[in-house]
Design a protein around this ligand. Structure first.
Ligand code: GLU
Length: 476
């Protein structure tokens, strides 16, 4: 067993959770679980302008759906409460006060316009803008309501990132930055550092976009006399074509929409883990327990990971096929079409065992099963668009279907008997399976495709099957 670690997931409540967010949570959860440590949820809500109502509940629901349980945090409580960042302002201000006393922070009351002037000055001199080159000469004594800026000490850094490897930066990337805003809230850049120390976080896992800020954070850790936690910055999730970071417009959808579409949480976990990680073998399917066992931060790739929804669909189909019919029945609850109301659980289980093989997500259930519960209107276009039937003579099709009806009328509708009779019909009518079976399938299901014909007919039963054949015969 590794040393117990404490990790946190620290999202800002700024909208719905998408794959990027939950992957960060998963990796942090895995690292905590495999070491016998703790995983906690902290909500970073100090940017009040960006806050979106309902996001906190949405974050909790998403983690719950995936089974990423928390030892501490918002909604759970724990020894280092509160876990809502905005309620920790006293702590942030205590540390800010220390920085002021040590002359490592100063009030910055310049307006945006004044700051624009100095930014333009840097641009005119063709220098990158550094706030520390433009410190106000006589800043006022800091009072609440004034922005407070960290006074940096330019330093070169070398550090190890568990994913990105060894990183070296020069003093030129260290700068003064705002730690408390005019509205009295601390910035993320400041608050997360204090909270991580207070909450005894040993490992920080977060998106790659934060790497460039690490030199500033290291400078602040030094000023505060804090030993930084281990850091792991996770690769971006890219659009399917690999060109850019996945954005909401490229299909980065609300993670709970996948739940609504009938993706299984175990498939989603498997898929999320594969976004930037593999175990070094060809294995693609992992259970949750296997992930806990095998996940390693230093096997997380540094380059971006492509988001491929087709792969998620495939994985989901795989995990669906692993379920027993009883389990699938439980998961399918809420996904049945309206017409299934009143059908027995036995009947529905039979249907599930017929479609399990090709079900990719549970929201497909209505379109795949509606015909099991209701007669659908005769749709001649199914014949016209069928490659075996489109060129056939209608009179011939009618005769064929009448012959089939007569044969099926004698069947006891067991799968075995139906199979024998359907095969016998092929010889009797000198017809190819494509033609005969398509015709019977369309007559009985009003669908271009369905599970194996004998199985389907057996589940539909004799009365329904013959009635539907009659309906088509009357329409031809
Ligand atoms: N609140 C930050 C965000 O949502 C989290 C970064 C971190 O985990 O430190 O992007």
């Amino acid at each position: 067993m590794k040393q117990p670690v404490r990790t946190r997931f620290a999202p800002s409540p700024t909208g719905f959770m998408h794959v990027g967010g939950v992957r960060t949570a998963l990796f942090a959860w895995l690292v905590a679980r495999q070491s016998g440590g703790q995983f906690l949820l902290r909500i970073e809500d100090t940017d009040k302008a960006r806050e979106v109502e309902g996001s906190i509940q949405h974050i909790i629901d998403s983690l719950d759906w995936l089974g990423l349980n928390r030892d501490e945090g918002v909604g759970t409580g724990g020894p280092y409460a509160p876990y809502l960042q905005s309620e920790r302002r006293d702590r942030h201000m205590e540390w800010a006060q220390k920085l002021i006393e040590q002359d490592r922070a100063y009030a910055d009351t310049r307006s945006e316009e004044e700051l624009d002037v100095i930014r333009k000055d840097a641009a005119d001199k063709k220098k990158p803008f550094l706030a520390r080159d433009y410190r106000p000469e006589h800043p006022p004594k800091w009072e609440p309501g004034m922005p407070l800026r960290f006074k940096s000490k330019p330093t070169a850094y070398s550090w190890h990132d568990e994913v990105m490897g060894d990183i070296h930066t020069g003093p030129e990337v260290v700068d003064d930055f705002i730690i408390v805003k005019a509205d009295g809230y601390p910035t993320y850049n400041f608050a997360h550092i204090i909270d991580d120390v207070d909450m005894r976080i040993t490992h920080i896992m977060r998106g790659q976009e934060f790497v460039s800020s690490v030199p500033n954070y290291l400078n602040l850790y030094e000023a505060l006399g804090i030993t930084p936690p281990v850091m792991a910055h996770l690769p971006q999730i890219l659009r399917p074509d690999g060109t850019k970071k996945l954005g909401k417009r490229d299909g980065a959808k609300d993670i709970l929409d996948y739940a609504k579409d009938g993706y299984l949480p175990e498939a989603m976990l498997n898929f999320l883990a594969s976004l930037g990680w593999n175990d070094g073998t060809e294995q693609e399917i992992f259970s949750k327990d296997e992930l806990i066992q095998k996940f390693e931060l230093d096997r997380v790739q540094r380059s971006g990971a492509r988001f491929d929804e087709k792969r998620l669909e495939w994985m989901n189909g795989y995990h669906i096929r692993q379920l027993s019919i009883g389990e699938l029945y439980t998961r399918a609850e809420g996904f049945w079409p309206e017409e299934a109301k009143g059908a027995t659980s036995e009947y529905k289980e039979k249907i599930l065992s017929l479609i399990q093989e090709r079900l990719k997500y549970l929201a497909e259930i209505p379109s795949l099963t509606r015909f099991f519960f209701t007669d659908l209107p005769v749709d001649r276009s199914l014949i016209e668009n069928n490659k075996y039937l489109s060129s056939a003579d209608v009179v011939h099709l009618k005769t064929l279907l009448e012959t089939a009806r007569a044969e099926l009328a004698d069947s006891n509708f067991s799968v075995e008997d139906l199979t024998n009779r359907l095969n016998g019909l092929l010889g009797l009518t000198h017809t190819k399976p494509g033609v005969l079976f398509s015709l019977i399938r369309i007559a009985t299901t009003e669908a271009p495709a369905s599970p194996a014909l004998a199985d389907t007919l057996s589940v539909l039963g004799k009365d329904t099957s013959l009635r539907r054949i009659d309906l088509l015969l009357a329409a031809l």
